[in-house]
Design a protein around this ligand. Structure first.
Ligand SMILES: Cc1ncc(C[n+]2csc(CCOP(=O)(O)OP(=O)(O)O)c2C)c(N)n1
Length: 195
């Protein structure tokens, strides 16, 4: 397993000008992103929606690369999205999965069959042409350059250490500095898209 923050540090060197949806890695990404106006941190949205949101952004912005950091609890809520993404096959879409084998945000409850589900194989069987699975930061570091230099859609499953929170969500320090509306507004301005 790797630390999400360490993995994101490595990824950051390959981000280029991509739009990044940091998902449940957002609390780490916010301190290391060099292009915050091209980030779409959604905070803690309804589970299951991140991948569809990412697909929508990728289809709307074919000229930009779109990177999504999904999580396995979210993905299990809406596994059918993998077939939809493979069907649409956006060349600019890079689908990363933070698999910590539990629902860390809400106290670490186990995700069904967490140790045995092979998400990269599910993505491949759903039609993704390129899929990867990494358990160590070293392997990930060695492969990320090549992964980002090829067209999407690509799926990259990563085993990450759970960072379990038990404090009531309302009492946790807020890492977001912008509301969702502000985040979308900032990206639209950055891209020169009329609002
Ligand atoms: C539909 C829905 N149900 C429940 C929640 C409460 N909730 C927020 S995060 C979370 C766990 C998410 O698990 P995972 O996607 O694996 O990410 P992790 O928290 O482990 O980083 C839950 C149950 C929610 N946001 N949406």
């Amino acid at each position: 397993m790797m630390q999400t923050a360490e993995m994101l540090k490595v990824f950051a060197r390959h981000r280029g000008n991509a739009i990044v949806i940091p998902g449940r890695g957002g609390k780490h990404w916010i301190g290391m992103s060099d292009k915050p106006n091209r980030d779409l941190p959604m905070g803690d949205p309804a589970m299951g929606g991140h991948a569809m949101f990412g697909l929508g952004v990728a289809l709307a912005r074919p000229q930009d690369r779109v990177i999504l950091f999904d999580s396995e609890g979210d993905l299990q809520m809406s596994m059918g999205v993998l077939a939809t993404i493979a069907d649409q096959a956006p060349k600019n879409f890079y689908h990363f999965l933070l698999d910590n084998e539990c629902y860390a945000t809400t106290g670490g409850q186990p995700v069904p069959n967490a140790k045995n589900v092979q998400y990269d194989e599910i993505a491949r069987a759903s039609g993704y042409q390129r899929t990867y699975a990494f358990t160590s930061l070293e392997e990930f570091t060695g492969a990320i350059g090549d992964i980002m230099s090829q067209a999407g859609p690509v799926f990259v499953a990563m085993k990450v250490m759970p960072e379990i929170s038990n404090e009531a969500i309302g009492r946790r320090p807020r890492w977001q500095t912008r509301s969702r509306t502000q985040v979308i507004d900032d990206l639209q301005k950055e891209l020169g898209v009329a609002t």
